[in-house]
Design a protein around this ligand. Sequence first.
Ligand SMILES: [Fe+2]
Length: 446
Amino acid sequence: MELNRRQFFTACLASGLSLAAAEELWAAAHAADFDFEGICRKVGWSPNDPDAFFFLHATDLHSSEVEVGALRMPHKFEGKCFVQDMNALDPRPAFVALTGDLISMTSMNPSTWDRAEQYFARYKKIICDRLEIPFWQIIGNNDCAAVPYKKVFPELPVYWSFERGGICFAGLHGYNCWGAQTSNHSGILYDAEQLAWLSEIVAKTSARTLVLFTHEPLKDADQHCARRQLAPIVQSFQGEAVWNIAGHNHGNSDRVIQLGGRPMRVVESLTPVGSWSPDDGLYRLLFAKNGLITASAYRWLTKDGEPFGFAEVPNWENPAPMETLEESFGRKCRRFWLVGEDDAEIRAECENMEDRISNLYFRRNAFASWNLPTRVDGEPARTVYLGFIGKPGGTVTLTADGAEPQTFPAAAEFELPEAFRKTEKFQVRIDSGENTEFRICALGVR
Ligand SMILES: [Fe+2]
């Protein structure tokens, strides 16, 4: 396991190394570079390249987590922080994109909005007002409400687009369709107005690259609704490259999915104060020239905003391909149903759980059942697939007319017992039991 910087330094100092020697070792081990020109040379970018510029990505600040929350820190971001570091970069970045969860503990329930307005006001004061570079921002699943946001940022639209150097950037707001009861991990869904707006932007642009900023990455299993909505728009883009730059998972990631029949590169960044508890963090630099994003680097900082070098992004030239949920189900199943999009026709019961836009969330003693066909396209179903997010817990119970019910530990894939293949349909029921928590996004048979 890779040590974080603090663990690395503790180990070095314990072994008798000096602080300077530890710094040098860290820099060598992480290809860290303390001068900006050095990292530009390493990644093959120069400000003199045609249409050259670079921009920054910082995400999931959770700036309201001062006394409570996983990323809580007293006086969070009030003192020295990543903002000062961004301001000091020379040459200047074109802009910073802040991709949501600017604050947290906010829902579409209006009872959270007064507090959210205070949180947004504090965020504006400690982050936006101190930034000396242009910023573009969207809200995320944990600060999803446009109403308190607009009170603090009346001049900023919740979704927006602009072009620079042959790249068309659009920031999307995924939470307009959520209602007061919608919980914070329901999945992105765009309204018709925003989709029409984006279609027009994409139809008109002559940019080489399209960048969609979203809070939740479009690669994730529970973003199948957003993928289905965006696929035709992405497909219609006349340029060469499509990117999705996102946050939400509090980690660095670089994958390629297929959307609208073309590759989409999905890039995520760690928060500036660590992943799930205050720790070293970073913001990302993205370098552009000739209308293409050609390179990226990390700017590592301690949680208190002390920079400790730039670092190259590992495997930047060869990001790993990734199958979307619907691709993996489409490959292995003869027929499948995505939760929320098309499982209504087979869902039988649902109790004690959250029925979300793109997934069902099982907690204590929750259950759901679906009626699945035993024959698909004239072929008997032999295997059942369940698309869990998180480790499945609890049990699966199969029932059908004329067959003894069978119960076994929940699994993502299981053989359909012989006795259940003889009837027209069978029922699959998932019980979470006492102490398990998981989500389900899809069901399929083969
Ligand atoms: Fe999030």
